[in-house]
Write a protein that binds this ligand. Structure first.
Ligand code: UDP
Ligand code: MG
Length: 311
């Protein structure tokens, strides 16, 4: 199968028939074999009924429904588990992304050999309250991840099949699939300017809290990517620095007291500072040990990607 299209959706009943018809038109014009996986993220409207009707009309449409609203990341996760196509396209259900981009995105994966192509909504049809924070957010993500993309949050992305099978999206990590892909060893990542359209039906499902959550997710994802398998290297280093600092301070104060018979040591701010750093250092160290124990005993899936096997 050439292409799997994964569409996470939450209360998008009006858009779905139009979206399906448009994707079908593009696929048929290009003679692609395809499937459309619509993941209903616990919609409260008639979305699931609409999906059921679409599967009757078009045998290439598949539907997955959550019992409640788990979020876009969860929807993408189960969608990725289900895909069969060589190239996997994700797109939003609200008709803001154009299916006309699909053939070129696929070409960049198949012919140019990219692992992931991310859409870039260069001209956006969103309110300014969204575009300005978004610029900042993308800048920080670019700087931390060293992946030169302008628009991490774009819903329209194309992946090589192996990429979606190797990455695990959880929490609110759907914005960071390029980072997850890079850390799984799929480093050929690029972007393509895509057409962005104004939302035709329904309302946006994300508010300004996306930037706060997005930033916190970026911190944890960076930490996990770097130290997830070796937390002691982080906590141990910090702990040692603090500990040494504390020991030096307290040794100096003891020396002052014993040799120079200095009184009032306990009135000096340095005394409290020394004790503080000693305690903080010890705590960091213990945290590091506990984190190591957790990593050793955790039953999470092995995240080392095996590229080939023989024999
Ligand atoms: N979405 C989802 N679950 C949610 C929130 C959103 O599946 O909890 C879907 C939504 O239906 C849409 C896509 O994620 O297909 C992007 O959402 P939206 O258009 O609201 O985001 P925006 O365009 O404002 O960034
Ligand atoms: Mg949208």
């Amino acid at each position: 199968m050439d292409i799997s299209v994964v569409i996470p959706l939450f209360n998008e009943e009006e858009s779905l028939p139009e979206l399906e018809a448009w994707i079908r038109r593009v696929m048929e014009a290009n003679r692609f074999t395809y499937e459309i996986i619509m993941v209903d993220d616990g919609s409260k409207d008639r979305s699931w009924q609409v999906i059921k009707d679409l599967t009757q009309k078009n045998p290439y449409v598949r539907g997955i429904k959550f019992r409640r609203n788990y979020g876009k990341s969860a929807a993408l996760h189960v969608g990725f588990e289900a895909v069969k196509g060589d190239v996997v396209i994700t797109m939003d259900a609200d008709l803001q992304d154009s299916p006309d981009e699909i053939p070129e995105l696929r070409r960049m994966i198949v012919e140019d050999g990219f692992d992931l192509v991310s859409g870039w909504k260069k001209t956006r049809h969103d309110p300014i309250s969204k575009t300005i924070p978004s610029k900042f957010f993308n800048g920080v993500t670019r700087w931390i991840s060293k992946i030169p993309l302008h628009d991490f949050n774009c819903g329209l992305k194309a992946y090589r099949h192996n990429v979606v099978k190797s990455i695990e999206i959880y929490g609110e990590m759907h914005r960071y699939t390029p980072l997850l892909a890079k850390w799984s060893g799929f480093g050929r990542i690029t972007e393509k300017v895509v057409e962005h359209r104004a939302r035709k039906y329904g309302v946006s499902k994300f508010g300004l809290d996306r930037f706060i959550n997005g930033f916190l997710d970026l911190l944890s994802i960076t930490f996990i990517g770097k130290f997830g398998k070796r937390p002691m290297h982080f906590f141990g280093l910090l702990g040692t620095l603090f500990f040494i600092c504390g020991v030096v301070i307290l040794a100096y104060l003891s020396w002052a007291k014993l040799v120079y018979k200095e009184y009032g040591i306990t009135d000096r701010p340095l005394f409290f500072f020394g004790i503080l750093t000693l305690i903080v250092g010890t705590q960091l160290f213990v945290t590091g040990f506990l984190a190591e124990l957790l990593v050793r005993n955790s039953s999470t899936r092995n995240t080392y990607v095996i590229e080939k096997e023989i024999g």
